[in-house]
Design a protein. Sequence first.
Length: 530
Amino acid sequence: MTIPHRRRTALLAGTIAAALALAVGLTTAASAATLFSDDFEDGNATGWSSSGGSWSVVTDGSRAYRQSSTSADAKSLSGTASWTDYTVSARVKPIAFGNSTRATGIAARASSTSSFYSLVLVGAGRAELRRTSGGGVTVLAQAATTVSPGSWHTLALQVTGSTLRGSVNGTQLVTATDASFGTGRIGLVGSYASAAFDDVQVVTGTGPDPSPSTPASPSAPASPSPSTSPPPQPPPGQADGYASVNSLGQNGTYGGAGGQTVTVTSAAQLADYAGRAEPYIIMVSGRISVSGMITVVANKSIIGVGGTAEITGGGLQMGSTTRPGNNVIIRNITFRDASDDSVSVHNASHHVWIDHNEFWPGFDGSVDVKRQSNFVTVSWNVFHATDKSMLLGHSDTFPDDIGHLKVSYHHNLFDGSNQRHPRVRFGEPVHVYNNYYRNVGLYGVASTENAGVVVEGNYFENVAFPCYSTNGYADSAPGRLVQRANAFVNSGACEANGTVAEPGSFYGYTLDAAATVPAKVTAGAGVGHL
């Protein structure tokens, strides 16, 4: 019998874990082992047994397993009946609910299609941890959460002894104690709800543990060993500013939460994982020399290890013309000598968080956001003597940016940098607050092409032209700018004109007094300060 690729992977991972357990006497507190994974990219659902509903493998961005009926209590099971303590996770996209009480999600310790634990999303807007026994359903715990039909949600259900824990998009929402089922298979549930399922994984221990492989050559893509310590990433929902906004069918910015954690040490490895369809938390270790721009697609966290992670010679671009770069986190990395931009958010990418990085001069921009991108936060970064620091808006002749380009810039240090902090076209409201501008060359903020920018609580020190707006800038037409509560030390004044929509109508924030900004930003911005 020929074993499908994904099944071979699962069996091999389980065999390796068992061998290690016998060799070194691992306990349940040992590092993780992957028991099972299925991304349905082989185009079939071999190994899954379904009951009720209408199940098929479809193309939904990548291939996924879909249950299409809203008039059936549908389940599909896989795995091994003897599995005991593990975490099952999957990406789940609700499509339609029969009514607001119907649900879809994942199951654990299933002895049959009528007896199992489950973590489900309910159409009314909550997550429920359930026990189904003989077909009867008991809700063990519940919590409100955003349930967005048509959007992917990452669910994880951990069963350890009699303790059950359920997470949605990486945040633990529900927990309960129940000893009804001790072992069993995993499952996917569509209870009178249609849904798509993808990237199903079962792990034991602390989390996913991809098996390492040796590259064919030093530059070949690899599957590196996982990080041995938790990544320095806050839980989902901790991204602030516009990156935290629930919009466009997305619950803020959570990056690769729920995906595997891998550590990369080469450009080929970084490009490999950054371009994969499934979510990943990618830990950058040491200095990586890059040629050109590495494309980062949806659902990735790219985080530097310690304070020494660097990307030199090139940069990161969110998405391409055919693959979106939505829901991406970039943190704790130093960028040097980029041949183009250091970080480029373009091609309608949305929900991107760029936080606690350091930027040194490169050929073009340090952080550019353009071409209909939206809901971005740039926070707690340091810009060392950069020239074209941050462009917002592609060009004066690209009005398609109107209605997009909602970006928050806060608690950044501009140290001897020259211009574009940011330079804005069309976006509104753009929020620039609590930044420290020190010894800036040409200017601080420029609002042009009828952009709407709110500049508040910033500290300008030795900045001759803190803000342009009234007369535009260079060849660009004027924009609108509101300035308030800023501090100007040996600096000019901000041009301010017109009215601008309030960023506070989109998200909550706490404004620091401008006088406190230099101390707070110099102590907390940049790498090594997560």
